[in-house]
Design a protein around this ligand. Sequence first.
Ligand code: ATP
Ligand code: MG
Length: 334
Amino acid sequence: KPRIFSGIQPSGGLTLGNYLGALKRFVEKQDEGIETIYCLVDLHAITVWQDPDKLRQQTREGAAAFIAAGIDPARSILFNQSQVTAHAELGWIFNCVARMGWMGRMTQWKDKAGKHAEAASLGLFAYPSLMAADIMAYHATMVPVGEDQKQHLELTRDIAIKFNNDFKVDFFPVVEPIIEGAATRVMSLRDGTKKMSKSDPSDQSRINLTDDADQIAAKIRKAKTDPEPLPETVDGLKDRPEARNLVNIYAALAGHTVDQVIGDFAGAQFGTFKPALADLAVAKLSPITTEMNRLMKDPAEIDRILGKGAERAEAIARPIVDQVYDILGMIRSR
Ligand code: ATP
Ligand code: MG
C-alpha cells in the first residue's frame, strides 16, 4: 500500500514556490485517498541558525498554511519532526551508512554552504541523510517535492540500497519522487536563474503566503523581466528565464498548460500580463492567507493538532526504527 511522506522546513514563512511545488501537491495526494504524512521539519530548519521564538512561530504558521491550503489533520498526519524521535535516531544511523563523498556532491549543500564550507554546520552537510530518515522511518515510497529536491531523493534511494546490502536485508523500499505540475521550480522574482526560497534575504524575491493583495501586486509589478512582449509560442520563452517563470506561475495558479497561457497572452506586454497575474495570484492565495490568519489566533489548537499528528506518526515509525536496531545488532532489553 503506497504511503506518501513529505516535509517543509519552518525556516521562514512559506512562499509561492513552496505552495506550487509542494503544498498544492500535498493536498492533491491527500484528496486522492493515499495515506499521507506531512511534516514541519524543524530539525532540518536548525541546520542554519534559527531564533527560537521565530522557529516556534514559523512552525505554527507552517501548520496553519498546510491546513488553510486543504490538509485535513484527520485524513493526513500533520506534525513537527522533533516530536517524533525516530527521525533523529534513524538520521544518525544513516549518517553511518551514507558516505561523505555522496553528501559533498549535493547542489543544495554547495549552494547553502557557499565558499565557506568549513564554517557551515555539520548538520547542513548531513541534511540529506536526515531527509532519507524522514522518509524511510515510514517506509514511504512516494515523495511529492519541488525539482530542487530530486537529487536528495536519489541519495535517499542510494542510502536505502546500501543499508539493505550492508546488512543483507530487504528492508527499506525504493522511493519515487513525485515532481509534477507547471511550477516544480518557481524562480526568484529578482533573478530568473535562482530558485524562489523562503530563506532568500530579499523579501522582494518571493511571494509569501502571508503577503496581502497590495504586497503581491507590488512584487509582481516590480518583478524583473526583459523588455520584449510575450512570445507567440512556448519556444519563444527558451532564453527568457524571467518571462518563462511568470508564465509558469500563471499556468500553475490557473490550472492551465503553459501552451494555453501563451495562447491567451501571445504578443502581450508585461504591462498587461503582470496585472492579470497579480489578480490571479491574489484570487488564489488570499483565501489561504485569510484562513491562516484565522487559525493563527489559536496557537494552542495548532499545537494540539501537531501533538496528535506526532502520536500517529510515532505509532508507524517506532516499530520500523526498532527493527532497524535489531538488524544492526543493538540490544533492546528494557
Ligand atoms: P529554504 O530556503 O529554507 O531551503 P525553501 O523555500 O527552499 O526554504 P524547503 O522547506 O527547503 O523550502 O522546501 C520545501 C518544499 O518546497 C520542497 O518540496 C521543495 O522542493 C519545495 N520548493 C522549495 N522552493 C521551491 C520553488 N522555488 N519551486 C518549487 N518548489 C519549491
Ligand atoms: Mg530549500
